[in-house]
Design a protein around this ligand. Structure first.
Ligand SMILES: Nc1ncnc2c1ncn2[C@@H]1O[C@H](COP(=O)(O)OP(=O)(O)OP(=O)(O)O)[C@@H](O)[C@H]1O
Length: 305
């Protein structure tokens, strides 16, 4: 049966309090079968806390969670879910292979599956090395291998590229994309916008324990914006915001406005007429970065210094 598009994770009003701290404040989230869903937010936004609730590691203060039609942490759901939340714990003095064999025995998974997952995460050649001798990237990949042992329908990964060097990140991204193209449903968290844009089909953005947006990454890719480098920056900002009446964002010393690229000449003319020197003006695809800052910065006006 093709279940693509069926909700595998359904979360309504999910809330977690630690004393006075509201770690997660009423999150609604749906992950559909077959998609790679990115849960994006800055440090402390509530990503790990949410994923811990989704895997049954901690109980919510309020709200409902349905994972694969059941309760998180129940044996039926655990049997179909693989997860890596925070740093995976392995015996340092055992090899990657032996660590996985132990887990396989515990989970009553056939030994042959250990070889399959080692192959999947590209650790076969180093499988007999001690875990303590692995690089961080290899440790993370072993964590993913462990999550895949039960051939899960749903894979939940908390910041899988955290702390990895660029090559390690690339390998991990490739691995996650492979999981997605195999038809597995993946829910991952990240604070790296570009990464989510590269790997995910959909993205949910969380900030201060609240979901601030949910988007289809493909749709976002299609949006165009103008990138403007101009002096004085504050004057350029004011002209764009007040004369042209468009929403302006400061990013990397450039101003970004979401207007039809066909209006580039008009934008240039209005700026020049106001005495602003425009040194660069081009259209580009709108990056998730811009959207993220737009959604997570509450101040209307950007301080351009
Ligand atoms: N066990 C706990 N006790 C008290 N406060 C906690 C606990 N766990 C998380 N918090 C708080 O809840 C908030 C959300 O934390 P959480 O770890 O979920 O964020 P995050 O988005 O995963 O960020 P990071 O990427 O830094 O882990 C933070 O303010 C954090 O300090």
């Amino acid at each position: 049966m093709n279940t693509t598009g069926v909700p595998l994770v359904e979360v309504i009003g999910l809330t977690k309090r630690y004393g006075d701290t509201l770690a997660v404040g009423g999150v609604d989230l749906t992950v559909l079968a077959g998609e790679v869903y990115g849960f994006l937010g800055p440090n402390g936004a509530g990503k790990t806390t949410t994923l811990r609730m989704l895997t049954g590691l901690i109980a919510p203060t309020a709200g409902t969670i349905k994972v694969l039609g059941g309760r998180p942490g129940s044996p039926e759901v655990l049997g179909k879910t693989g997860s890596m939340i925070e740093s995976p714990a392995f015996y340092p003095y055992l090899s990657g292979l032996d660590n996985l064999r132990l887990l396989a025995e515990y989970a009553e998974v056939a030994r042959a599956r250990v070889d399959e997952v080692l192959e999947l995460v590209d650790l076969k050649e180093r499988a007999r090395d001690r875990f303590s001798q692995y690089s961080l990237g290899m440790k993370q990949r072993l964590g993913v291998a462990a999550a895949l042992l039960k051939d899960p329908e749903l894979v939940i990964l908390d910041e899988p590229t955290n702390g990895l060097d660029p090559a390690g990140m690339r390998d991990m991204r490739r691995l996650i994309r492979e999981l997605g193209s195999e038809g597995r449903t993946v829910l991952l968290s990240s604070h790296l916008l570009g990464e989510v844009q590269q790997i995910c089909d959909r993205v949910g953005i969380i900030d201060g324990g609240k979901m601030v947006a949910e988007h289809n990454v493909e749709e976002l890719r299609g949006e165009q914006e103008l990138v403007i480098r101009a002096q004085p920056l504050q004057a350029a900002y004011d002209v764009l915001a007040h004369i042209l009446g468009v929403k302006v964002h400061l990013y990397d010393e450039t101003l970004r406005v979401q207007v039809d690229p066909g209006r580039a000449a008009e934008v240039n003319r209005v700026l020049v007429e106001a005495g602003v020197a425009v040194s660069e003006l081009h259209s580009t695809e709108r990056a998730l970065e811009d959207l993220f800052f737009e959604l997570t910065t509450s101040e209307e006006k950007v301080d351009v210094g």
